[in-house]
Design a protein around this ligand. Structure first.
Ligand SMILES: [Zn+2]
Length: 136
């Protein structure tokens, strides 16, 4: 298991964080937490900025609030067939923030800063895994 199937394009496939992709495939959102200072990371990080701690995996519920968003009309080549789409920044109730697309069923006039969203893992054709934000 690795990052080899995460996202619509290929990222570096081997990392110390292979549990992330495995969890997404199982429909779970995992972050990492520093055992020394308690800082929580999403996406997960293998090392903490304090450089002291051991890292442990923690499951996030996926519940978050919308902080901001932007409609994308001109996208990178690998996302060109998706435009227009809305890219959002949301904050998990556990604290970290996530950058992710909003589900296309959500119309722009329904969007409100602070609204409740949930990060949902999705499997694409070919076995790739991504996530998106949906209204709850
Ligand atoms: Zn730390």
């Amino acid at each position: 298991m690795s990052f080899g199937k995460f996202g619509k394009v290929s990222y570096v496939s081997e990392t110390k964080l292979q549990e992330f992709e495995k969890a997404l495939e199982a429909g779970r959102i995992m972050g990492t937490k520093c055992k020394t200072c308690g800082k929580l990371y999403f996406p997960p990080r293998a090392d903490c900025t304090c450089m002291k701690g051991d890292i442990e995996w923690v499951e996030l519920k996926g519940n978050c609030r919308l902080l901001t968003y932007s409609t994308i009309y001109f996208a990178p080549a690998s996302f060109r067939y998706e435009v227009p789409y809305i890219l959002a920044v949301a904050q998990f109730e556990e604290g970290p923030t996530v950058l992710a697309p909003l589900n296309k069923d959500l119309k722009e006039d329904e969007i409100e800063i602070g609204m409740s969203l949930r990060l949902i893992p999705m499997e694409l054709a070919g076995g790739r895994v991504i996530y998106e934000l949906r209204k709850i």
